[in-house]
Design a protein around this ligand. Structure first.
Ligand SMILES: O=C(O)C(=O)C[C@]1(C(=O)O)C=C[C@@H](O)C=C1
Length: 395
């Protein structure tokens, strides 16, 4: 799967002998949620120190002109043949805290998203990190891999929309990959109907866009009697209209996409619901250390033993501690989709096995959240904390 615009530079990992780092293998696998939060926190700190040991390869090259560099090479060779460095200026400089601190405005951060430039996902990435470098990916999975392979720092991916509901593919990928949720972005999505310059909306016979975008404009598109065709993302749809030059074909995409691909906006705000909000997750290789300084959300995924009222009990661990749930999603457990229950009267009954994804309004730094998950673990067969991160309260 290709990462469009993948960088030409690479990172070198420096081995780190931090005593806590060897423990990370199991913790980073994510399957293990340590009941003791202190240990969980400790692991986060261990990861942070491991990160500090990672040095960009580019930074290791001295910045020399042609003449300087041939002289310098000669001096290095002289030093090497004599067995020690005579010229201390040629030794690599130690990194300082200033070299490593990342600016808070998001500049230099490379953020992967699914789609082409002008896609709503890119808007979400720019909302989260206004000065970031956005990296388009052809599929959601490519964005996950780009983070895992250190091609980018973060990925911003849609998880649910207030009209269209959940984006199931990303729920499944969250479990399959080992990334951590470090934030969320809520984006107001205003769809426009785009066409070639000079075209009127009455001329349109078909319209292209991402299936979610088409679904969010169901009523408007039905009233216009236009054939809907799926595209991988709304910006790709706009690009296709521009490149094919078909006057009877339009796209549902953003005003920014219209500008990028030189299309006219034939109608604005064509979504069925004025408040059309898409929630995106920000994913990173390492978790953030949750605080209590502002409202936090925690996302978990778990499976339950079979039995009457188990889901009721699972939800009660939050209710008992006054913790508000903001989202519950169930997905088939693909590894073992069927559960066979022996029932001598009726033969073998087959039930689907489910993974439950829950978001709740509390930080993992709060004892009530730690106790709730400790309680849940008593009857969950599997439990993983996907992330504890600041809530985005403004769409
Ligand atoms: O097609 C795009 O522009 C996207 O960013 C994808 C996407 C989605 O996957 O839901 C993002 C936001 C909108 O809800 C519509 C489409």
């Amino acid at each position: 799967m290709a990462v469009k615009g993948a960088p030409t530079w690479s990172y070198a990992k420096t081995p780190c002998s931090h005593p806590g780092i060897s423990d990370l293998g199991s913790t980073r696998s994510g399957l293990a949620f340590n009941l003791s939060f202190r240990k969980w926190e400790c692991c986060c700190l261990g990861v942070a120190s491991a990160q500090r040991a990672i040095t960009p390869v580019e930074d290791e090259k001295p910045n020399l002109t042609g003449a300087e560099s041939s002289g310098a090479i000669q001096r290095i060779e002289d030093n090497e043949s004599s067995g020690f460095h005579k010229d201390m200026n040629l030794l690599p400089k130690p990194l300082t805290a200033n070299d490593l601190s990342s600016p808070s405005d998001g500049s230099k951060v490379r953020v992967a998203y699914q789609g082409l430039p002008g896609a709503y996902s890119e808007d979400a990435a720019l909302k989260a990190y206004p000065k970031c470098e956005t990296v388009p990916c052809d599929q959601f999975e490519a964005a996950f891999k780009a983070v895992e392979l250190w091609l980018v720092d973060k990925a911003v991916l849609p998880i649910e929309n207030s009209v269209g509901g959940s984006i199931h593919r990303n729920y499944d990928l969250l479990l399959r990959h080992r990334l951590h949720i470090v934030g969320e972005v809520q984006l107001q999505v205003n769809h426009c109907l785009l066409g070639l310059p000079g075209v009127t909306k009455e001329e349109l016979k078909r319209v292209l866009s991402h299936p979610q975008a088409l679904a969010q404009c169901e009523m408007t598109l039905s009233s216009l009697g236009i054939v809907r065709i799926n595209a991988d993302d709304s910006a790709l749809a706009a690009q296709m209209v521009a490149s094919t030059g078909l006057r009877n074909t339009g796209a549902v995409a953003s005003a920014r996409a219209a500008k990028i691909y030189g299309l006219d906006i034939l109608a604005e705000k064509i979504q069925d619901d004025d408040d059309n909000i898409t929630r995106f997750l920000i994913l990173a290789r390492e978790p953030i250390i949750p605080g209590t300084d502002r409202p936090y959300k925690t996302s978990v995924v778990f499976t339950l033993e079979e039995g009457p009222g188990v889901l009721f009990k699972a939800l009660a661990v939050f209710a008992l501690r006054g913790i508000n749930l903001t989202k519950i999603e169930s997905r088939p457990q693909r590894q073992r989709p069927l559960r066979v229950v022996d029932d001598s009267n009726e033969g073998s009954a087959k039930y689907f096995d489910y993974l439950f994804y829950i978001d709740f309004e509390a930080s993992m730094a709060e004892p009530r959240a730690q106790y709730a998950l400790g309680h849940l673990q008593e009857f969950a067969r599997f439990l993983r904390v996907l992330g504890s991160y600041p809530m985005d309260t403004i769409p």
